[in-house]
Design a protein around this ligand. Structure first.
Ligand code: 1HE
Length: 259
């Protein structure tokens, strides 16, 4: 099934997998307000049977970040609201309960990197490069990078990356954790995404949900609170019907069949 959500985000649903494609290649998939609205519309009410989302960009780039043409006109109060709105929608992507796989290529810059870092599995091809050029534009990150990219890189490396505006290539990005995989070509990356999407979709849904909801939050907690929360999550998943099926399937040497 394919619905053209609107002219900036194409949404194609095929069984349990939804493929979202940013369709602004002429603007290098820069993140406009309309694109954020389209992402919000999908993630706030995803189709019922969807288990995994694959997010990609049309053309040679994942995303060149914030649409700078729109940004020029904002005053301080509007910028604050805009930034908080991005935080809200990025949180929806990260904590909406659906695993999201992003396909990274070409520019993964500024807000494009913020968007990628809200996704759970990041697959790059060799053309991908990563940059936080906000210093060069006289601005600062505003879509969650201080927290999400800060977590991936550590504040020290992120400061250096921002001060110098340096570009990391695909292999460096893999080493640093911007991506989890690098494939030789875009086609290989798509194939890898489809394979991983199938694997993830076959997991018990409650296990996936808890992984997404709990692990990033536990990172924010004290050790004692984190361990307590882990036990609550274990109690929730390990007493589910799917857990009984998963354990039985292992002992019976067969693949599990989850609800
Ligand atoms: C854009 C944008 C954009 C391209 N907003 N219009 N992001 C940046 O600072 C990255 C800015 N972009 C670039 O560095 C380059 O465009 C690329 C390296 C991504 C691609 O280069 P190239 O040579 O293939 O394309 P181009 O000729 O630079 O751009 C093609 C068109 O896309 C052109 O428009 P045209 O009407 O003249 O054809 C560009 O203006 C347009 N375009 N990038 C608007 N970003 C919540 S805070 C987040 C803060 C940030 O994200 S800061 C980082 C912003």
């Amino acid at each position: 099934m394919t619905n053209g959500a609107n002219d900036v985000l194409d949404v194609a649903v095929d069984g349990s997998i939804a493929r979202l494609t940013i369709t602004r290649p002429d603007k290098r998939n820069a993140v406009s307000d309309t694109l954020m609205e389209a992402l919000e519309a999908f993630f706030s009410n995803p189709p019922k049977d969807v288990r995994v989302v694959i997010l990609a960009g049309e053309g040679g780039h994942f995303s060149a970040g914030l649409d700078l043409a729109e940004h020029v006109a904002r005053n301080a109060a509007e910028t604050m609201r805009h930034s908080r709105n991005w935080h809200r929608i990025m949180d929806m992507i990260q904590f909406g309960g659906l695993p999201v796989i992003s396909l990274l290529k070409g520019a993964v810059i500024g807000g494009g990197l913020e968007l990628a870092s809200a996704t759970h599995i990041r697959i790059a091809d060799k053309t991908a490069f990563y940059q936080l050029p906000e210093g060069r534009r006289g601005i600062f990150v505003g879509g969650g990078a201080s927290v999400r990219i800060g977590r991936i890189l550590g504040a020290d490396r992120m400061i250096e990356m921002m001060l110098t505006g340096r570009k990391y290539d695909a292999e460096e990005g893999l080493r640093l954790g911007f991506s989890h995989y690098v494939c030789d070509s875009e086609d290989d990356a798509k194939e890898k995404a489809a394979e991983l999407a199938t694997t993830v979709a076959e997991n018990a849904q409650l296990s996936n949900y808890v992984m997404i909801q709990a692990l990033a939050r536990i990172e924010d907690m004290s050790k004692a609170d984190g361990l307590f929360t882990e036990s609550l999550c274990a109690a929730l998943t390990q007493t589910s019907e799917d857990a009984q099926e998963g354990l039985r399937a292992f002992l019976e040497k067969r693949a599990p069949s989850f609800k």
